[in-house]
Design a protein around this ligand. Structure first.
Ligand SMILES: Cc1cc2nc3c(=O)[nH]c(=O)nc-3n(C[C@H](O)[C@H](O)[C@H](O)COP(=O)(O)O)c2cc1C
Length: 212
């Protein structure tokens, strides 16, 4: 059987350098995300979201990015979930994308706020009906007695709302406004490329290379 301590891989697919990369991290992100989509990676828009609770302990979970622009990175969830409660107490969060097949990572840090009700409504109404019912049926992150609770909730809300469930007040979007980005490209011999973008009032962003 393979020992996990013997598992190792040489990263040789691509490079990330100062001349070929974008000066604006949002454009660099846009380029890499579209390359991940074009490469037909599984769930290219899945990201790990880290939040910190009032006990100062971090926690992570996977969520799907549903939009991004110069205002920030948007995802949707239950505002009363564990992450929602943590963000209500501490708006600082971090996001990580790991596109394994492309040997790439993007790390983004910043401050999170809820998006507008109108934006959340628009996205909610674009979801399939069972997902919209699911947002009502699942008290996300709460203890439930058994799976039957979810099935019964879904049946109850489906009967109540028929084809037009409104957006639950506890469900909507968040936007992380980045104040730091890092792009990582795996390279040979563990000499990986890392470019960090930090805010710079004069020129927008300053780009620096970090040692791997
Ligand atoms: C690929 C993938 C995508 C997911 N996308 C979301 C999402 O967009 N929103 C969400 O609330 N949970 C999503 N989840 C579930 C979360 O990982 C997590 O279980 C849930 O949000 C509860 O997290 P919390 O208790 O830390 O709040 C996703 C899980 C996976 C594996």
């Amino acid at each position: 059987m393979t020992k996990i301590s013997d598992l190792r891989k040489s990263y040789e697919r691509a490079e990330l350098n100062e001349t070929a990369s974008q000066t604006d991290p949002l454009q660099q992100f846009d380029q890499w995300l579209h390359e991940a989509i074009a490469a037909e990676l599984p769930e290219p828009n899945a990201m790990t979201l880290a939040t910190v609770g009032s006990n100062l302990r971090p926690s992570t979970r996977v969520v799907l990015i549903k939009g991004y622009d110069e205002r920030g990175i948007v995802w949707f969830t239950n505002y009363e979930s564990r992450k929602g409660r943590q963000l209500a107490g501490n708006p600082f969060a971090a996001i990580q994308f790991h596109w394994v097949e492309l040997e790439r990572v993007v790390r983004i840090e910043g401050v999170v706020e809820k998006i507008s009700n109108a934006e959340s409504d628009t996205y909610f109404n674009s979801r399939p009906l069972d997902s919209r019912i699911g947002a009502w049926a699942s008290p996300q992150s709460q203890v439930i007695a058994n799976r039957g609770v979810l099935v019964a909730n879904a049946a109850r809300y489906a009967a109540q709302f028929l084809l037009q469930p409104p957006r639950p007040p506890h469900w909507g979007g968040y936007r992380l406004k980045p104040d730091g980005w890092e792009f990582w490209q795996g390279r040979k011999s563990r000499l990986h490329d890392r470019l960090r973008y930090s805010p710079d009032g004069a020129v927008g962003w300053v780009r620096e290379r970090l040692a791997p």
